[in-house]
Design a protein around this ligand. Sequence first.
Ligand code: SF4
Ligand code: SF4
Length: 357
Amino acid sequence: MCFNKRVGNVRRQTVRGKTLAALRKLRELAIVGRALASTGHPVMAQIVPMRFCNLSCAYCNEYDKVSEPVPLDEMLRRIDHLGRLRTSIITISGGEPLTHPELDEVIRRIRKVGALAGMITNGYLLNAERIERLNRAGLDHMQISIDNIEPDEVSKKSLKVLDKKLEMLAEYAEFHVNINSVVGGGIREPNDALVIGKRALGLGFTSTIGIIHDGSGQLKPLKENEAKVYFEMRGMKKRNYSRFNHFQEAIALGKPNDWRCRAGSRYLYICENGLVHYCSQQRGFPGVPLASYTHQDVKREYRTAKSCSPNCTISCVHQISYIDHWRGPQSNVISPGSNSHHAGTVPELVSIRNADS
Ligand code: SF4
Ligand code: SF4
């Protein structure tokens, strides 16, 4: 069944589409309300069902070419545990999640535990039938990162390759679609981000812009022409939640941010081995099995300062942490290699290279 009627190039939602979007908005408002009322649960978990990726972006080390899918029963156990922790949003990432053969069941389980279901994908494997299946599974949000207009040796996530997929999404997707473009990190033409953003808005999607960080998720100031594109994009309509803070602006200008990272608490990164990490950049901390992660761990990490926070560029963790920016000062610190938490100076954390989180 066709969900959206496209008029020219613009996505026009049907009554059913508008109703679903309104219900989703209500669920999102409830999530914000619950997050404000209580600090004892994760607001977002990113979970990896598949480390394998069908692409090989030059700046990325979040994928391999050999991993098998995480078995479905194991994925369901992990999602059930995130449900017990009262996680509000579960976002599937990778590798490339669409290469997991039982992804629809994973999405269904996320909805069954009461969480909002999101996915970050390169979009290559989308077609009308696949989009309809994602609709039926109950996907709420999809993000596709597009790096350039023409594919090159750095990235094949290109508008030229993906534009037909975007048109299909405009026609069939019941879920919210965000197109993220990037500047920095070896992307040859900063102006490509503007073209990609305008195309996304033209199709009726939302559009965001990210800054590619260095190998440890840390600050790497933009060049003048990159910063110009960044700020022009920010001036476009349909911006997301990040319009309400200045985290990314400071990064674009090469300035550190003063904030409290709530990774390990309000935000969890669950790797393919089922371990909890602060984020894709700090795999290894705390690095413990999700199955044994408790509300006590969530509370401890809420109070734990991360030494990498001033120059961090992981905007999704910042956005989640921003909910609590006015409360909960952090008194614990972490010792390198020991996973112990005590008062004192904050050491360097481990760093693992990543791509788009
Ligand atoms: S950035 Fe995404 S699409 Fe590119 S190799 Fe990494 S996981 Fe795959
Ligand atoms: S500040 Fe938080 S989100 Fe950023 S790299 Fe460190 S642990 Fe990850």
